[in-house]
Design a binder for this molecule. Structure first.
Ligand SMILES: [Cu+2]
Length: 401
């Protein structure tokens, strides 16, 4: 099935069609497009599917000192071949989306170079307990051609699935959708998850490329809603294949590294148990039928493959609120195909009933009341401005004391 681009009559914007080939039930997202006059302007490239899942490359530690992780990272332009015969210009860290793996208590020192021509950038360590002056904030840019060292310590109890991405003022979304992102795993001193389950990173990104393989400019709906692509990729691949043995349990770390897509996920023919979130492992495993992973969010799953054949990670519809045309169809995209063997694996160790102890926060001592209001200035022909502001906040002693 071919994916197509459409030129809408509205504001002359090129709006890409749904990711038809990735859809389980054929083209399902046409409804929102059919309100507009459409004109076919080209054939979008086909991305290969069900190729063997690749692991993202690890950034190697250049320090020989125990407890110190030292490496170099450069943000730079590059090319990736997403579709046959087309090299897409992208931005990458060291030519890829690297994985940094360190341990609680480690000292981290990253020498960073900005090799993006004409653009400032930073590295923001998303979710990590990092001092503000090491966290690549928008007020702390690294100029094109510039360099700096990011250094911080990973405290006890900080083990979790984090990631990193640029955070320069006004350019964050674009540098992220052009490809700049990496994974940062902090391992605990003692990991309660059996090592037999492995530890697989699945980084979900959202790609829009046109017929010549380049990423089109953002449209008005992108600016209003956040940019959503045509293809949701796993480790840069569309619907890759992951071979697993019957009865196998796998530890999967899912990262929503898309720019703006809400992912409501379900595993068909496999069962999911949540063991961790943005804050690391939870106290006890929780079995779920589905889960919502919002942009930048992470989840750690134990997935049991107890039926032979294909077990697919797929998306369900989600209404997150959409302004204007070209609402994406969220349901029925196949993100990953696990091919479960007929032959059973030797019995795997069970998942512990308790994963860690989390101190209760205690009873609140103050209640603050925030009233949030949303106000839209409807401009004529210009971008609408949405203001969300805090009307007032009172501090009152908690009545439950
Ligand atoms: Cu972030």
């Amino acid at each position: 099935m071919h994916r197509r681009s459409f030129l809408t009559s509205l504001a002359g914007l090129v709006i890409a069609g749904p990711a038809a080939a990735q859809m389980k039930h054929g083209i399902g997202g046409m409804g929102s497009h059919s309100n507009h006059n459409m004109l076919m302007v080209g054939t979008n490239p086909i991305l290969p599917e069900v190729q063997l899942l690749k692991a993202l490359p690890r950034l190697s530690n250049q320090s020989a000192v125990p407890g110190v992780f030292k490496a170099e990272l450069a943000a730079e332009p590059g090319f990736v071949r997403f579709a046959e015969g087309l090299d897409t210009p992208v931005l990458l860290y060291n030519g890829t989306n690297p994985v940094i793996e360190a341990r609680e208590g480690d000292r981290i020192e990253i020498s960073f170079k900005n090799r993006i021509p004409g653009e400032p950038t930073t590295i923001h360590w998303h979710g990590m307990p990092v001092p503000a002056d090491q966290d690549g904030n928008p007020n702390d840019p690294v100029a094109p051609g510039g360099e700096r060292i990011y250094a911080f310590d990973l405290p006890e109890g900080s083990a979790a699935s984090y990631w990193f991405h640029p955070h320069p003022h006004g350019l964050t979304a674009e540098q992220v959708y052009r490809g700049l992102a990496g994974i940062f795993i902090v391992k605990p001193k003692d990991d309660p998850i059996p090592s037999e389950y492995g530890d697989t990173v699945l980084m979900l990104t959202d790609l829009r490329i046109n017929a010549v393989g380049t990423m089109p400019q953002s449209t008005m709906p992108d600016l209003m809603n956040g940019r959503v692509g045509d293809h949701v990729l796993v480790n840069g691949q569309k619907n890759p294949a992951m071979p697993v043995a019957l009865g196998e349990k796998r530890r999967l770390r899912l990262y929503n590294a898309t720019n703006a897509r809400f992912l409501r996920l379900k595993f068909e023919n496999a069962s999911m148990i949540v063991v961790g979130t943005d804050g690391g492992l939870i106290e006890a495993p929780v079995a779920v039928d589905e889960l919502l992973l919002t942009p930048a969010e992470r989840v750690e799953l134990i997935v049991s493959f107890d039926k032979p054949g294909a077990a697919i990670l797929t998306t369900l519809d989600y209404e997150r609120g959409w302004m204007g045309p070209s609402k994406p169809n969220e349901a029925g995209m196949i993100l990953l195909t696990a091919n479960v063997s007929e032959e059973a694996v030797a019995a795997m160790p069970p998942l512990p009933a308790k994963l860690r102890s989390i101190e209760p926060l205690g009873n609140p001592i103050v209640t603050r009341r925030f009233v949030l209001r949303q106000h839209v200035d409807a401009g004529y022909g210009s971008l609408q401005h949405v203001h969300i502001f805090r009307e007032h906040g009172d501090e009152v002693p908690d009545q439950r004391q």
